[in-house]
Every structure is written in C-alpha cells, then in structure tokens.
Design a protein around this ligand. Structure first.
Ligand code: AKG
Length: 297
C-alpha cells in the first residue's frame, strides 16, 4: 500500500536500486547475489547442492514440511481467536479486504502471538535462511494472510524488495521469505503464484504507483518465465527470494487458505533511511533494531 510521502531531511546513501523517481517502469539487472553460501559445499546447511542451485536459478524452493503436525495444528487453531480479539481488530497492523471489514492480513503476527514467534524461531527454518543468506539472520517482518472461502481477494504481481527498499531502506537483496501453509494451498483457493527467474530483474517503479507491476510488464515476465503455483498440503513450506515477482488469485473454493510469511534479513544488511524520501514505516511492517533471531532450543 502507498505510504506517507513526507520527505526526510537526511540524504539517502548510495542507492543501487532507484525507484519512484521517474514516470515509467524500468527493468534493471539485479546487482546482488541470490545465494550467499558457497554453493559447492552448501556451507554445511540443511539444503543440498541441487536445492541451493534450484533456489538460485528459480528464486524459490518448495521443501517438505518443516514443522511437526502438532505445531501446525496449534497454529491453525490460534488463527480464529487471534483475529477475533477486539484489541487486535482495531490495530493498524490488520489489513482488510477491499470491500469489507474482513481481515485479510495481520502484520507482525509474531508480535501478537508467542506461538507464531516460536514457529519463526524453528531451527529447521532458520538454518535454511542462514544457509542461503550466508550469515545470521533476523526477523524483519512477519504476516498472516487469510483468504476466506469464496471471498478472499487477489494480490497483484509485485516484488517485495522494491517496497522494502524504498519504504524501509533495505539496501541490498540479502533477504528471503519463508512461506508456511497452514491450510492446503490448491489451484482454487488462491495459492501463491510466482515467475521463475524473475528475481534476476529489478523492477523500478514509477513515481505514482500502486506498488505493483503494470499489466504489460507482468504479462511480458509471465511469457518469459512461465508461472509456478506454490501448491501443497498443510505444512508445505517454500522459501522465496525478496525480489521474486509473485501474485495470487482470489479464493473461489470451499476451503479457506491461510498462509504465514516470515521474512528474514541478513544481519549484514541493516535498514538505512528509506531510499525515495519516504517516512520510515511502523515497526509492524519493518523491524529496524532487531538482533539475530535465535532458534528455539
Ligand atoms: O498471500 C498471498 O496470497 C499473497 C502474499 C503477498 O504477496 C504479500 O503479502 O505481499
């Protein structure tokens, strides 16, 4: 969502990924690595060489369930009471469907519930994030996206990094998202769609932008890379690069679709002042002073 455009007094540091500065969308090559570990040795992490190579090539990787079924069930059961809590419903971290009060996203879900924080600290997840980013990581953002049966709306094509760069001052592409499906994600309930290989191009957006890719650019990218649906049973996990173009369609099925997103940033990539003169966003969008996240023992 567009955020307040108040100018900061401080000039911004070197901007490797300029955006919101002209009247047109421009495609530029990515200037940062995708994978920061030594791909040959996989740096001793949980992913093997082929998985690391696939992530580097496609910009995402589907992996088997990483959380035990009991933990997944507890997280799923926590969603409804959490979203009903009166204090939370008034909180600006809740985003609603375009035409109603129904909550579609809860940012900082790990701040509202210790159960979700424990999931974000699962060693099985953190070790993969650390392996791909080649350093300790911290939790930069978390969110819960709920698409109600026959109601939950679509998300347009976008790259998260562009938003995080201009609004939050994240200087380099050394971040990733871990998606944990709390319900099945099927062809009909609006699973995440992504364009393999799109993470290698930076999408510099026009000054006046709704923060997603225009239809012609999205079509061209789809023609080049095709579209992969991140489908799977409850517990399916995917890691995806911060600059991967992704979207999702509305939920036309009889099943809710509930997804968790944990965004990890390398501790070597701390946020600076936002890059296009925006005000820093609230803490529930971007943790600015977090230390390395420690796996639950
Ligand atoms: O949950 C979805 O369907 C889309 C998620 C997404 O792209 C986002 O939250 O930025």
């Amino acid at each position: 969502m567009p955020h307040g455009a108040t100018k900061l007094a401080t000039p911004y540091a070197e901007d490797r990924y300029p955006s919101r500065q002209t009247s047109r969308t421009a495609l530029m090559p990515r200037l940062d690595p995708v994978v920061y570990c030594d791909a040959d040795a996989s740096a001793g992490g949980p992913l093997d060489v082929r998985e690391v190579e696939r992530y580097e090539r496609d910009g995402f990787l589907l992996v088997d369930t990483l959380l035990p079924p009991e933990q997944l069930a507890t997280l799923h059961e926590e969603v409804a009471p959490l979203l009903r809590a009166p204090a939370l419903r008034q909180h600006p971290a809740c985003k609603r469907e375009a035409d109603s009060n129904v909550i579609r996203s809860l940012f900082d879900v790990t701040g509202f519930s210790p159960l979700f924080l424990a999931a974000a600290r699962a060693p099985e997840i953190i070790r993969i994030a650390e392996q791909l980013l080649g350093s300790q990581v911290y939790l930069y953002q978390s969110r819960l996206n709920v698409k109600r049966t026959r109601y939950g709306g679509a998300f347009n094509w976008h790259s998260d990094f562009e938003t995080w760069h201009v609004h939050d001052g994240l200087p380099r592409m050394r971040m990733l998202t871990c998606l944990v499906c709390l319900t099945a994600n099927t062809a009909f309930n609006g699973p995440l769609l992504c364009i393999p290989g799109s993470h290698r191009t930076y999408f510099s957006l026009p000054r006046q932008t709704p923060e997603f890719l225009d239809a012609a650019t999205a079509r061209r990218l789809r023609q080049q890379g095709g579209v992969t649906r991140l489908e799977g049973p409850p517990g399916t996990v995917a890691f995806f690069d911060c600059n991967l173009a992704h979207s999702s369609e509305s939920n036309t099925s009889r099943q809710d679709r509930i997804n968790l997103y944990f965004v990890y940033n390398s501790v070597l990539n701390p946020p600076e002042a936002p890059f296009s003169g925006f005000q820093p966003r609230p803490d529930y969008h971007c943790k600015r002073n977090a230390g390395p996240i420690l796996p639950v023992p």
